[in-house]
Design a protein around this ligand. Structure first.
Ligand SMILES: Cc1cc2nc3c(=O)[nH]c(=O)nc-3n(C[C@H](O)[C@H](O)[C@H](O)COP(=O)(O)OP(=O)(O)OC[C@H]3O[C@@H](n4cnc5c(N)ncnc54)[C@H](O)[C@@H]3O)c2cc1C
Ligand SMILES: *[C@@H]1O[C@H](CO)[C@@H](O)[C@H](O)[C@H]1NC(C)=O
Length: 555
């Protein structure tokens, strides 16, 4: 076996790139490798996965690395515009080149297995496209394989007899020609990507049947780009400090405004104000879309309050109005399951029979890395009874802390009962915290990806070096924090991903505060108290974080 790497990063999407950038800057002379299953940079935004019309939900200025502004001269995107996927791909590839990542990357290498060695180093098994297996040895690992790498493709009765094209939205790029040939298309799913695919077909002239299962979480919350209070862009509301106070979160006090938060969540008047705040947001969206004015549109009205939803909220980023296509009948909505496929027909449980040229499943992703771990357990490593007791304690703590979470919405399908990822700060597996040899980047769902990727990247480097200013003192403390944070997620976002992976909406900036406080970096980045609480946080507010850290921690 060849010599040992200091660090291997698995995955070259947003999170892998940002983590590699920070680590390389702090350890320019170490032996570092980034391995990637695909053949280009960007993950979700890699060349292989671009499809017609795909754009970021984020607007220009909120989906860029703080240390690498997406200049309008180079990338041609103006402020107020959504970023085309091919531009994001180019931008992320340029980022990789600029920060020395490209020269350390190997593409077309799928990691299949990670084995923990007795000396706490790792054997990483990878398979090339030509099926060549290779085992590399590394002291440390950053796993950044993303939450959207393994498609979740349903199986249907009779699918072997089905003649039209049938695939997952992940392959929409590779199968893009279908847009020119299909006259009728069926799309399964209720999330933003099902809307994206339906929109692409409908605007290419196809008649679309959008099939939403009656037992799921219902249609995605989709917002007009501008929402009250203040008629601000939705993404800006989520990262305006004052508004983050309205969302209960255990690490809220990290922002230094614990008094305001206590008033809002722990007093009767406070809770009344909080309820109103959320109702106002929901009503504004309902009215803006006119769900109640048209029977077809009504089918797309979300089933639960936005309060319970988390990052799954979508934004209208289409050149024309999606809902007009529904009103005109170009997109027909069915709240039904697929009973059977046969020839070129889709039989629905409502009795309807749809004739189609294509069936695309925008049915989400399997959570988890898909990696096989040997001699390493990413879970709690407790007996079932011990785990149960830890869960009960944490649940009680969450309910006592935030009474608003006691009135849970009624779900049509119960949340998965599988253990969620139990990572410290949603990054480090509980059992290995004191070994400092592995971290997971990006095992979170948020709309503030760029800011998260940057903060997690630096935090991970500092953590692996044993240089965090604030860490738990012992394993017991690690478990206590992990349990509170992960159980909170389950209570907070039952209609989002909370039960399986951490989900973030208004709690995003407070999470970044938490990581910065661990690093000993001041989380308030604005120049005055007023801008601090009123002006939305953007990537540019975190410019130079790694340099700042280097200066204060050079030895
Ligand atoms: C269609 C679509 C649109 C989206 N739009 C937005 C948006 O507008 N705004 C937003 O904030 N978020 C958006 N998201 C979420 C988006 O995925 C995240 O913002 C971000 O790109 C995730 O980065 P990541 O690095 O965690 O994962 P990814 O981008 O998925 O990168 C993970 C990388 O790891 C590689 N990998 C996986 N498994 C292995 C393995 N075993 N071995 C080697 N390599 C492996 C993959 O090939 C991939 O390159 C969107 C997602 C999708 C699917
Ligand atoms: C990766 O594989 C693709 C095709 O599968 C190929 O076009 C590309 O050249 C490969 N890249 C590298 C760096 O080997």
């Amino acid at each position: 076996m060849a010599d040992i790497f200091d660090l291997i990063v698995i995955g070259a999407g947003w999170y892998g790139l940002a983590a590699a950038k920070a680590y390389i800057e702090l350890h320019p002379d170490e032996k570092i490798l980034i391995t990637e299953a695909g053949s280009s940079f960007g993950g979700t935004w890699s060349k292989e996965r671009l499809y017609a019309g795909l754009k970021s939900n984020n607007l220009k200025g909120s989906y860029e690395h703080p240390d690498f502004p997406m200049s309008e001269d180079v990338y041609g995107v103006k402020s107020g515009q959504h970023i085309p996927a091919e531009t994001l791909h180019r931008y992320l590839s340029d980022l990789a080149t600029k920060f020395g990542i490209a020269e350390r990357t190997r593409f077309n290498m799928t990691t299949t297995q990670i084995e923990s060695r007795p000396d706490d180093t790792w054997f990483v098994t990878m398979v090339s496209k030509q099926e060549q297996e290779e085992v590399l040895h590394s002291k440390k690992l950053i796993v950044a394989t993303g939450l959207t790498s393994q498609p979740n493709l349903p199986t249907y009765a009779g699918q072997e007899t089905f003649t039209p094209a049938f695939f997952h939205a992940k392959d929409f790029c590779a199968r893009g020609d279908i847009l020119h040939t299909a006259k009728k298309a069926a799309v399964v799913g209720a999330g933003k990507s099902s809307f994206d695919v339906a929109y692409a077909f409908a605007t290419s002239g196809a008649k679309v049947d959008l099939i939403i299962r009656p037992t799921g979480q219902g249609p995605v919350w989709i917002c007009p780009p501008y929402v009250t209070p203040f008629k601000r862009m939705m993404e800006e509301l989520l990262s305006t400090r004052l508004l983050t106070w309205f969302s209960p979160v255990p690490w809220g006090d990290e922002d230094g405004f614990g008094v305001a938060r206590s008033f809002l969540h722990k007093t009767g008047i406070g809770r009344f104000i909080v309820d109103n705040f959320w109702n106002q947001i929901s009503n504004e969206v309902y009215e803006a879309h006119g769900y109640h004015d048209h029977p077809e549109l009504f089918k797309l009205k979300p089933w639960n309050s936005a309060f319970w939803t988390g990052s799954g909220v979508g934004i209208h980023n289409y050149p024309t109005n999606f809902f007009d296509l529904v009103k005109q009948g170009q997109i027909r909505v069915h709240i039904a399951d697929i009973k059977q496929l046969e020839g070129n027909y889709i039989q629905l449980t409502t009795g309807e029979k749809l004739d189609t040229d294509a069936l695309i499943c925008a049915t989400g992703w399997k959570k988890g890395s898909g990696l096989k771990f040997v001699n390493f357990d990413t879970g709690l490593q407790k007996t079932e009874a011990q785990t149960r007791s830890l869960i009960d304690q944490a649940d009680k703590e969450v309910r006592d802390m935030f009474p608003i979470l006691r009135a849970q919405p009624v779900l049509r399908t119960p949340a998965p009962s599988k253990e969620p990822l139990r990572n410290y700060r949603f990054i480090v597996p509980t059992q290995s915290f004191f070994k400092r040899n592995i971290a997971f980047a990006g095992m979170v769902s948020t709309v503030t990806t760029a800011v998260f990727a940057n903060a997690q990247g630096l935090w991970i480097s500092a953590y692996l070096d044993g240089k965090l200013e604030r860490t738990p003192k012992n394993q017991e403390e690690v478990i206590k924090k992990v349990m509170l944070d992960t159980q909170f997620q389950k209570w907070r976002y039952p209609c989002g991903y909370g039960a399986s992976i951490p989900d973030f909406a208004f709690d995003s900036i407070p999470y970044v505060d938490l990581l910065l406080n661990d690093l000993g970096i001041k989380p308030h980045r604005k120049s005055t108290q007023i801008t601090e609480i009123m002006e939305p946080y953007k990537p540019r507010d975190y410019k130079g974080l790694t340099q700042q850290w280097l200066e204060s921690h050079s030895t």
